[in-house]
Design a protein around this ligand. Structure first.
Ligand SMILES: [Zn+2]
Length: 559
């Protein structure tokens, strides 16, 4: 396996099928749906099948590449899958993890869009390739590779009223014209592309023909086009998102989820549209704690979208994956924005979004210097080009797809290496139901006392989050007894609701002085049965998020 590599749709399928052959007891490949262009959506189900089916075990969901050009996530989740598979049976920690838990991994949510981005003559669409909201190209500039060199770069056009100039520090770079600056040589900057219905004077940037954003198409607070661009005609209108939502809602065993995007090197969490004080406080504390662990393991910062990652201070986004997962299902879901060129170049703690509006020009120079040393082909020297509509222009600047949006190939594996420990840690924080004791004690006269003690050994409670409980998204633990012939119930119920069990996540005391660790992660049930002859009592224990268990116990006389 090469992880300094961007995988095509075919390569993903070949890789997954290869793993299914090599690790038949650990990997199942499932087609969960088809894209708009009928490309398969391949999901990997990773667990030790011999210790139980995937849906009877607590689970983590990982997906990637919902946004067409954000290819890094695909390689990162393939790396994570490979680590799990290769380490099983060798590393005790991972062996135990896959014996008891499931990873659902969707390496490419958006095969149509990714194929456009990776084409010999690339096209950058946000998500889906279906024209939306209109069937035809609107008036203005459409981004494309006009000279067919396989890259979409920038165009610069000399114009006395331009807002850019050639950098005073590095003549390859462009620099913003100062507010009061006069009399220099100025440029307009535009994305490489062609113009629809150009009148010779007015250059506007057209809304994209393929205007869908799949990460606005989830059912959480979905809003129509007039209020939010790209959300589609109705929630889950797009087949890719419908497939994801269908699968996830049929798998209540999922407690953690990560959607891998690019870029900014940050772990994002809900909400996107409201402040932290509107989230259940206990859930907020868990989100912060898990996010902080993520920061320690990845080196990325961990923030709320609403507080630290809004594209515009007064505009919020809705209909996103993580908000839906948390708000409707009570799943702790994160969006990880992989990779960050400024951070790689040594610019620390920049303001994620504000930085793009304003930052010292010296930082652009610092970034280009770093690129010169690591992957110089990411920045293309300006060259002259006869534009079919604009006449003489220059093309050059950033090869955005493999510099800003994604790392250069040679830097890809190191991004995956950073992210693997957090994906592993999430599996180790899942709720996990265990039978602490199951014992039958003879009481005389062919009656037996059955004692069952269950324990949640996980960090999360069996309801995952207060939100999950409030939404009734997680059914409490229940036990069903199956009595063999000749055995009858004297005391207790054959179908017993046992409520939920806490984990360690609700224990917030941070000083030893105040410490209290009650056994709120345990529950006990008792029955008395009458057994005229020897038989086996079956207990089916259902705990959707902590795992379903089956146990048997002997009752009745030995003779
Ligand atoms: Zn994205």
């Amino acid at each position: 396996m090469d992880f300094n590599h961007y995988y095509t749709n075919n390569e993903i399928e070949t890789t997954l099928r290869g793993w299914e052959k090599t690790y038949p007891s650990l990997v199942t490949i499932q087609k969960i749906g088809e894209s708009h262009e009928k490309n398969p959506l391949w999901l990997m189900i990773i667990t030790n099948q011999s210790t139980g089916s995937d849906s009877d075990k607590p689970a983590v969901w990982l997906d990637a590449n919902i946004h067409a050009t954000e290819l890094t996530g695909t390689t990162v989740v393939l790396y994570i899958a490979n680590q799990l598979l290769e380490s099983y049976g060798k590393d005790e920690r991972i062996t135990k993890l896959l014996d008891h838990n499931t990873y659902y991994i969707l390496p490419r949510t958006n095969p149509d869009g990714a194929a456009r981005a990776m084409a010999a003559r690339p096209r950058f669409v946000r998500s889906g390739v279906r024209p939306y909201p209109f069937e035809d190209r609107q008036e203005g500039l459409h981004e494309e590779d006009i000279d067919g060199d396989g890259r979409i770069l920038q165009m610069r056009i000399l114009d006395p009223n331009g807002d850019w100039k050639i950098s005073s520090l590095d003549p390859r770079l462009m620099q913003k014209r100062a507010p009061d600056e006069q009399g220099g040589k100025f440029y307009r900057m535009l994305p490489e592309g062609t113009l629809e219905n150009f009148d010779g004077w007015n250059i506007k940037v057209a809304p994209p023909l393929e205007g869908l954003d799949f990460n606005r198409n989830f059912p959480y607070d979905w809003r129509p086009e007039e209020s939010q661009h790209g959300a589609g005609p109705f929630p889950v209108s797009e087949p890719e998102i419908r497939a994801v939502v269908d699968f996830i809602t049929k798998h209540p065993n999922i407690s953690f989820a990560v959607a891998y995007h690019t870029y900014c090197a940050v772990i994002l969490r809900p909400y996107s549209n409201k402040p932290d004080d509107q989230m259940n406080t206990d859930d907020l504390w868990v989100y912060q704690k898990v996010g902080k662990r993520g920061s320690e393991l990845t080196g990325y910062r961990s923030v709320s979208v609403y507080h630290d990652f809004l594209y515009h201070p007064k505009e919020v986004t809705t209909g996103g994956f993580d908000d839906w997962m948390f708000d409707h299902l009570g799943v702790f879901a994160f969006t990880i924005e992989l990779w960050d060129l400024p951070t790689a170049a040594g610019i620390k703690d920049r303001k994620f979004i504000e930085w793009f509006r304003d930052h010292p020009h010296e930082e652009d120079v610092q970034i280009l210097k770093w690129v010169d040393e690591h992957a110089p082909e990411q920045y293309v020297p300006w060259y002259s080009f006869d534009h079919p509509q604009l006449g003489k222009v220059e093309l050059g600047g950033w090869d955005r797809l493999y510099s800003w949006t994604n790392p250069h190939r040679s830097l890809l594996e190191s991004e995956a290496v950073k992210n693997w420990p957090f994906a592993l840690a999430l599996g180790e924080m899942l709720p996990h139901l265990k039978v602490l004791e199951l014992k039958s004690t003879p009481l005389g006269d062919d009656t037996y006392h059955i004692n069952l003690v269950l324990e949640n050994t996980g960090y999360l409670p069996t309801y995952t989050s207060q939100q999950g409980k409030t939404r009734n998204a997680v059914r409490p633990i229940r036990v069903e007894l199956e009595l063999p012939e000749g055995v009858t119930l004297v005391q207790g119920k054959a179908r017993l609701e046992m409520g939920h069990l806490a984990g360690r996540s609700n224990k917030f005391e941070f000083t030893q002085v105040e410490a209290a660790s009650p056994t709120d992660n345990r529950a006990r049930a008792e029955w008395v049965v009458s057994a005229k002859r020897k038989g086996q009592l079956s207990l089916n224990i259902y705990c959707p998020r902590g795992g379903n268990l089956k146990r048997k116990i002997e009752v009745g006389c030995q003779d």
